[in-house]
Design a protein around this ligand. Structure first.
Ligand SMILES: [Zn+2]
Length: 451
């Protein structure tokens, strides 16, 4: 039997080898990347012919003048486009079994789900250029911690921990006739069944105690759940207010799952900051959201809503007939909503909500979908980089990466950097071509380099 030390050493060795077999280097003291055209996470105009100096895990300088850096490792970007690492703001890494949210009703246990998550975050996220994710329902607290401690290879993880759901809501995955919420998902804190203010307070605090960075609560019906038509209201006003109260006490924020005006209005009143989905809301509500500027965010799952929910046939295979019909309704609504969001200038982030076999492979199609839905390539990338980085900072004192900015190429930002052969601002589709992604750096460490 291996000693703990030996196991730790082999884990460390594992951490230094990428799945492609290439050696990922220890962070060099200084890395200078020269001759790149930079999309900084916000501006449609690239910074042309620039140089970027990285010290350890942080970007120190960005300049169009030469940067003197004695002893630096120099990488010639040869005119490639540099972007920040991508940020998927809507993931569920502990649901990567074939049955999605039905996972824990069927054959899977938490060990299996965790192992599949570990593989997914490495192969389908980090190695595809996604350097940070927001896991927004599911107990990924331990996995987030393992990545942070370099015991697992993967993107940075901000996690909501288990989601808060009322009985019969989008997070109630128990059996139909169960008298008490005693299913396995509840047992392992993937979800908390909360009815009433006291339940919400207890679950929120339990979640934060275990390492969650913000709260997710179900404020309306869902597509992939069994007992809740889309039209229903979820958490009561009092329950949402309780979630916001505790989140605010911890210096962080609340995200909601909802589709309709009524849920959105209730949540706007209660002080929620992150609004997921919303594919069936009215233009008036969109205007109200836009008026709040960057105080709140609309988290847009483009590919999931427009394409996956685009027709009955393209819905995930594990959905029932009723679930597929709900998805089709959402798919029809989103085309208007995304148009209004752009028109009225709502603050937007992007998130795939793509998880499980067959869907993990197409996470980045969420970005290209933004362009098909009418956003410019720069806007689409901004949703997945600069804007996302700002929202992650809303976790305040619970921010697991509090020292520098995320989602931007600028001094005092974490060195999460991609180099593309070509210009995604001209042709967004090139981000789907793995051959065009020449360099992946996360936290100053290079995981892929084909230059
Ligand atoms: Zn989701």
């Amino acid at each position: 039997m291996k000693s703990i030390k030996a196991v730790a050493a082999s884990l460390l060795a594992l951490a230094l080898v990428s799945p492609t077999g290439a050696l990922a280097e220890d962070p060099p003291k200084l890395t200078l990347i020269t001759n790149v055209n930079i999309f900084d996470g916000f501006n449609a105009e690239r910074i042309e012919n620039a140089n970027v100096l990285i010290e350890g895990n942080v970007i120190k300088a960005v300049s169009t003048d030469p940067i003197a850096a004695d002893g630096a490792t120099v990488i010639d970007g040869a005119g490639r486009t540099m972007t920040p690492g991508l940020i998927d703001m809507h993931q569920h890494i502990t649901f990567n079994t074939p049955e999605g949210t039905n996972t824990f009703k069927l054959e899977w246990d938490f060990g299996g789900a965790g192992a599949l998550a570990g593989q997914a975050i490495r192969d389908h996220m980090l190695m595809k250029g996604i350097t940070t994710i927001r896991d927004i329902a599911g107990n990924s607290r331990g996995i987030a911690n393992a990545v942070k401690r370099n015991l697992l290879i993967g993107p940075r993880i901000y996690t909501s921990g288990g989601v808060l759901s009322h009985t019969g809501g989008h997070g109630d995955w128990g059996a139909k006739n169960a008298a008490e919420p005693s299913d396995y998902g509840v047992l392992i804190q993937q979800t908390y069944i909360v009815d009433g203010r006291e339940d919400v307070i207890r679950a929120s605090r339990r979640n934060y105690r275990g390492g969650a960075h913000f709260t997710k609560i179900m404020a309306g019906g869902g597509v992939s759940s069994e007992f809740d038509p889309l039209e229903i209201l979820g958490a009561t006003k009092e329950e949402i207010e309780a979630a916001v109260e505790i989140a605010t006490d911890y210096g962080t924020y609340v995200a909601i799952h909802a589709y309709h005006d009524k849920s959105y209005q209730r949540s706007l009143d209660a002080g929620v900051r992150s609004f997921e989905h919303g594919f069936l809301i009215s233009e008036d509500t969109v205007k109200q959201m836009a008026a709040k500027g960057e105080e709140i965010v609309w988290s847009f799952q483009c590919h999931m809503s427009v394409n996956s929910f685009g027709s009955y046939e393209t819905m995930p295979a594990f959905f029932t007939h009723e679930q597929k019909l709900k998805g089709v309704a959402a798919g029809e609504g989103v085309r208007n909503v995304s148009k209004w969001m752009k028109e009225h200038g709502t603050f937007i982030t992007g998130g795939s909500d793509m998880f499980g076999p067959g869907l993990l492979e197409i996470i980045k199609e969420d970005i290209t979908c933004n362009v098909e839905a009418g956003f410019t390539p720069a806007e689409a990338l901004k949703h997945w980089t600069g804007n996302a980085g700002k929202v992650l900072k809303w976790s305040g004192p619970l921010d697991p990466y509090p020292t520098y900015a995320l989602g931007t190429i600028a001094p005092d930002s974490y060195a999460d950097i991609l180099l593309w052969d070509g210009n995604p601002l001209d042709n967004i589709k090139l981000i789907l071509d793995e051959g065009k992604l020449n360099l992946i750096m996360k936290d100053g460490v290079i995981y892929k380099n084909t230059l």
